[in-house]
Design a protein around this ligand. Structure first.
Ligand SMILES: Nc1nc2c(c(=O)[nH]1)N[C@H]1C(S)=C(S)[C@@H](COP(=O)(O)OP(=O)(O)OC[C@H]3O[C@@H](n4cnc5c(=O)[nH]c(N)nc54)[C@H](O)[C@@H]3O)O[C@H]1N2
Ligand SMILES: Nc1nc2c(c(=O)[nH]1)N[C@H]1C(S)=C(S)[C@@H](COP(=O)(O)OP(=O)(O)OC[C@H]3O[C@@H](n4cnc5c(=O)[nH]c(N)nc54)[C@H](O)[C@@H]3O)O[C@H]1N2
Ligand SMILES: [Mo]
Length: 755
């Protein structure tokens, strides 16, 4: 058996054919914390839900393109590639000529698979650019709120997100980590593109210093950390009270605030209550966030006594008003005066992703050129359902008034909006609006089931590529391990086939095969590194070795430079400094994002807080049919964790199937009881494949029988500033489900008919 190197978003590993068409996997010998998600790989590679052949929705095939509420409910007819190419190319051509390229939505958000060349979204963007462009999306679901806020506060989002101190630096210099959102190690096997060795996961599991972990869940607390159990959505109140204590006890660094910040006077007036009559005292905060005033005061004093890293997980900004905990965290770090010092200041995403705190160089990696998009229209990524439902409507975004384009054709490759988007019942109505929906998928996900044309894509085990993630240490030669399933093709060949029908094959492929492109991207990258004086082997040597250690590049992070010389190394903010009050944000006049960090109380609409966080057993929806994910299910449903008191009040026992519901929707889930969640809080992670079926008890309504929390979340932007994803939390109630229990159908392929 030949073990070959490969990588995935859950990290590099080794794979071998099992001799029967399947795959065996094992971690790298030098990985200090291999990902448990490896356990899903053998099953997902060859699962019955793999898409085998191109398939077309019956109603679209017989009735032609047009809006249809049958999407997601119709049958599929399998066709050959020739027919599929003809059908899709004809619609791309018709739509761009009748309505312009703006009528094609190609944002195509989603993680797809690791691999620098076969990155589905990049492939699609390059293809659509060769035929005149598309309506694009901006920012991401992960930290889209921060991507818009941070430029106003520190001049760029990279200043914070791109240059986190390594875990080694934190261990050496930091006395106390104050972690809003905790340091959940379950998240740290993941980084986009993969990480070669899981050093962050190993470090976060045992940081070797004091950690104050502020979260509604004990599982977010690392070994030896102290759990501050907080009411969800109230971190800003606690942060303001910590700041209030620093100010009133004269523990703040007035010199740093004077030298490196602007607007502290406005923020201080707000803390003291001079501007709104409410002093943000620990007693005030305790009544909101549930952490005792004495504990807040004592924590503030400890923070001022040594080197302190204030860190905020990305989850805290993935919600209504999500700008505020990030901005307040920066204000708190600024008051401590340690921004730009090793192991001090502000961190964002320790506990969210493997690459935050990882050791690899910030380096340009081999990248597929996408060409340029002449279409100006775009949306902030999480406004997709709004766009499809409201063509021509206006909306706010970062000080601009923008208009939703009128989309006729949706083309998606490498993403699962019926996993990632909020209020999936509303998304179904939105997906009924376009004339044609084309999806490239490896598996029969809910998104594939809502398409008109499904084109079967290979997985990375079935092709060759180069793999590395942000701040990774190695470039992996991703060898092919398996033959493609059925008639599956890689996204590049699918798009080359469409390009051929549209007369632009040569422009799209530049005459190269997939392997030719992999070598070409490597050679271009190597040439650039050689001119910078790095020693990089030729392609054949690299491919045979299976990996390449990335060269060390010296770095001088923007905030460290700035701290040394704030006059010469000005930040790209209007003042050139850290803005604790932003006159620009203030001038936009948004009630949901004022000019300084503020406590914005949220209306509570339901007796229980729902936390829809990242799943410990898979990557989003990827791997839901794998062994690790399936074994975690309760009665075949996604587990929901409740506090025993909340369960008892509802007659719910361990292992019972429950109905989780609110005014937007409902799903089933399997009850797990634990006092590691705060009373009043339930946790239902994302990623159980959406399986809407008619609700036996509520005629006319759908019930996701499997447990996808996005049946319940609200489809709103974080604020008018960022329009970021707000899916992390919602309000729900839970009741016993009396049965009879509907079967989960989404883990089997839909009925497929011959043409
Ligand atoms: N309620 C709630 N919702 C959330 C979040 C939350 O906290 N709460 N988190 C959000 C976040 S941070 C994110 S990043 C999103 C993630 O949302 P997505 O990135 O959309 O989720 P994935 O399941 O990774 O979807 C990727 C899809 O690509 C397919 N795929 C894999 N490889 C290939 C390939 O080579 N070619 C093609 N064509 N397809 C391929 C996979 O089968 C999979 O269906 O979810 C968001 N949704
Ligand atoms: N295993 C696994 N790991 C992943 C992913 C995955 O799908 N699976 N996805 C990856 C991706 S794409 C991303 S963007 C990152 C996301 O990284 P994050 O967004 O940071 O991760 P989450 O797990 O959604 O949330 C982290 C914790 O925040 C806590 N939290 C929620 N609301 C509140 C609150 O109001 N206050 C406080 N103090 N805490 C709160 C929850 O208890 C939760 O466990 O994760 C990455 N890592
Ligand atoms: Mo994400």
């Amino acid at each position: 058996m030949d073990w070959v190197p490969t990588t995935a978003h859950w990290g590099a590993y080794q794979a071998a054919s099992d001799g029967n068409g399947g795959v065996r996997v094992r971690p790298r010998a030098d990985d200090p914390a291999p990902s448990p998600l490896l356990g899903n790989v053998p099953e997902i590679a060859r699962h019955s839900t793999r898409v085998q052949r191109p398939a077309v929705r019956r109603g679209w095939l017989s009735g032609g393109p047009g809006p249809s509420s049958r999407r997601g409910k119709d049958e599929f007819v399998e066709v050959d590639w020739d027919t599929a190419f003809t059908l899709v190319a004809a619609q791309l051509d018709r739509v761009r000529h009748e309505s312009g390229n703006e009528a094609i939505y190609g944002g195509s958000y989603g993680w797809g698979s690791a691999g620098r060349f076969h990155h589905a979204q990049s492939q699609l963007h390059r293809f659509l650019n060769t035929i005149g462009g598309y309506t694009a999306s901006r920012n991401n679901y992960s930290f889209g709120t921060s991507q818009v806020l941070l430029p106003h506060v520190v001049g760029s989002s990279a200043a914070v997100l791109g240059y986190a101190d390594s875990w080694a630096t934190v261990r050496e210099h930091t006395d106390l980590i104050v972690a809003f959102g905790g340091l959940p190690t379950k998240n740290l096997s993941i980084s986009p593109g993969g990480v070669t060795r899981h050093t962050s996961a190993a470090a976060a599991a045992d940081p070797g210093m004091a950690v104050a972990s502020i979260s509604p869940l004990a599982d977010d607390v690392p070994a030896g950390g102290r759990w501050y159990s907080i009411e969800p959505g109230t971190d800003v109140a606690m942060q303001l009270a910590l700041a209030h204590t620093l100010l009133t006890e004269d523990l703040h660094d007035a010199d740093f605030l004077e030298r490196c910040c602007t607007g502290f006077d406005v923020f201080a007036d707000y803390l003291l209550g001079a501007s709104d009559g409410v002093p943000k005292t620990p007693e005030w905060a305790a009544g909101i966030c549930g952490v005792e005033a004495s504990e807040i005061r004592e924590l503030a004093r400890r923070m001022a006594a040594g080197r302190t890293l204030v860190t905020v997980t990305w989850s805290l900004q993935r919600t209504r008003g999500g700008e505020q905990p990030v901005w307040a965290g920066i204000a708190l770090a600024a008051m401590l005066g340690q921004i730009g010092l090793p192991g001090g200041g502000f961190g964002h995403g320790y506990g969210s992703m493997a690459d935050v705190g990882d050791v690899g160089p910030v380096l340009w990696l081999p990248t597929l050129p996408q060409g340029s998009n002449p279409v100006r229209a775009f949306i902030p990524v999480a406004r997709v359902a709004d766009m499809l439902l409201n063509p021509g409507a206006e909306f706010d975004y970062d000080g601009q008034r923008l208009t939703y384009p009128d989309i006729r054709l949706v083309h998606w490759a490498g993403g699962n909006p019926f996993h990632h988007h909020q209020d999936l019942n509303r998304l179904r109505r939105a997906f009924a609006r376009p004339e044609t929906v084309v999806v490239h998928e490896t598996h029969w996900t809910a998104t594939a089931r809502h398409a008109d044309v499904v084109l079967p894509a290979t997985t990375s085990l079935e092709r060759e590529d180069l793999g590395a993630g942000r701040r990774d240490t190695h470039l992996t030669a991703m060898h092919r391990v398996l033959d493609p399933v059925g008639e599956a093709r890689d996204d590049f060949s699918i798009l080359a086939g469409l390009a051929e029908r549209l007369g632009v094959r040569q422009r799209f492929t530049q005459g190269r095969s997939a392997r030719g492109w992999v070598e070409h991207l490597y050679d271009r990258w190597r040439e650039q590194l050689l001119t910078q004086g790095h020693d990089v082997p030729d392609f054949d040597t690299f491919w045979a070795a299976g990996e390449l250690r990335l060269p060390e590049v010296p770095e001088d992070p923007p905030l460290k430079r700035f701290r040394r010389d704030p006059e010469r190394e000005r930040l790209h903010t209007p003042s050139g400094r850290i803005e604790l009050f932003s006159a620009e944000v203030d001038s936009f006049g948004y009630d949901d994002c004022p000019g300084h960090p503020a406590w914005l109380p949220q209306e509570r609409r339901g007796p229980l807080h729902l936390i829809a966080n990242q799943p410990p057993t898979r990557l989003h929806g990827q791997g839901d049919v794998g062994a690790l994910s399936r074994e975690s299910k309760v009665a075949g449903r996604e587990p929901i964790t409740l506090h025993p008191d909340d369960a008892a009040a509802r007659g719910i026992t361990e292992g019972a199937v429950v109905r989780v519901f609110n005014e937007r929707g409902a799903c089933l889930a399997g009850a797990r009881l634990s006092n590691r969640v705060r009373p009043g809080v339930v946790v239902l992670p994302t990623g159980a494949w959406f399986d809407p079926q008619p609700d036996p008890e509520r005629p006319g309504q759908d019930l996701c029988v499997h447990g996808n929390p996005n049946a319940l979340t609200e489809d709103v932007g974080a604020s008018r500033l960022s329009q970021g994803c707000a899916g992390q939390r919602s309000h729900v109630d839970v009741e016993l489900f009396p049965g009879p229990l509907p079967e989960v159908q989404v883990h089997a392929p839909p009925p497929l008919h011959p043409a």
